[in-house]
Design a protein around this ligand. Structure first.
Ligand code: SAH
Length: 250
């Protein structure tokens, strides 16, 4: 018979790292990173946040490399359980907010199934942080009273699944840079005019922030000119025009 471990199960903290600027990390997230025994992290817009951890804290990269997950999600799930069962204080650090297009929900389901306690520490999603630093308000009395968020990646991973064009005044697409031509096509098919303003923001809130603004008709050449690459946010709507007046960061 194997002796039952006397170790108490640890806790997994799903921490939102915010969009990039390290000062946009929450106070609670910062404390947990400093206290962690081990941190599993994705590709972050800014590595400075990891430097907050103790030297002896184990730091495991489980994000993507060249578009592919170097560690499959099932393995990340198993690792989280294994580490927590060994009594560790585990931080699962995710860019932006853990519950926005980051598979945080799936990880929680798995932890629950295996009786591992967890907590969720929300983060400032790129949806809010990147638009704020780009000077593009998601709503504005004159232009938009609602906004919607969608993945711009869908049609790449599953060609039978159509890219969604939500009905909203402002649209925000995440993970859409490489799929930009399809997104533009989907917008036009949904009735968007060629003159509709659109912006792409790469690595927003960091000193590497790059922005391209234009219209559905000319944005592809602007993106090329500015050399915009992932990770970037795509914003579609008349609010994009406000950047001219509101732009305040770099
Ligand atoms: N959970 C994250 C989103 C994960 S999906 C959040 O709440 O922000 C990853 C996508 O988020 C990227 O492809 C990009 O579209 C967007 N993103 C994240 N950080 C960004 C940044 N600093 N600048 C621009 N886009 C960013």
């Amino acid at each position: 018979m194997v002796a039952k471990s006397s170790k108490k199960t640890g806790v997994v903290y799903l921490v939102g790292a915010g969009p990039g600027d390290p000062e946009l990390l929450t106070v609670k997230g910062q404390r947990l990173i400093k206290e962690a025994d081990v941190i599993l992290f994705d590709k972050l817009a800014n590595d400075e946040i990891l430097m907050l951890a103790k030297k002896k804290t184990e730091k495991l990269y489980v994000g993507k490399k060249a578009g592919f997950h170097i560690v499959p999600q099932s393995e990340i799930n198993r690792k989280l359980v294994e580490l927590a069962k060994a009594g560790k204080k585990v931080v699962r650090l995710k860019g932006g907010d853990p519950f926005v297009l980051g598979r945080g929900g799936e990880e929680c389901e798995y932890l629950k199934k295996h009786d591992v306690p967890f907590e969720i520490i929300p983060g400032i999603s790129s949806i809010l942080g990147v638009t704020a630093y780009a000077g593009i308000p998601l709503t504005h009395r004159d232009y938009a009273d609602n906004f919607a968020v969608a993945t711009g990646h869908q049609s790449v991973i599953n060609e039978t699944k159509k890219l969604s064009v939500p009905k909203a005044d402002t649209l925000v697409y995440l993970m859409g840079v490489t799929n930009l031509p399809n997104i533009l096509e989907a917008l036009q098919a949904a009735g968007y005019k060629d003159t509709m303003p659109i912006a792409l923001i790469e690595r927003g809130t960091t000193k590497h922030q790059k922005v391209a603004t234009g219209t559905i008709k000319n944005i592809q050449s602007k993106v090329k000119k500015e050399g915009i690459e992932p990770p970037a946010l795509i914003i579609v709507g008349n609010v994009v025009k406000l950047r001219k007046k509101i732009n305040w960061f770099i």
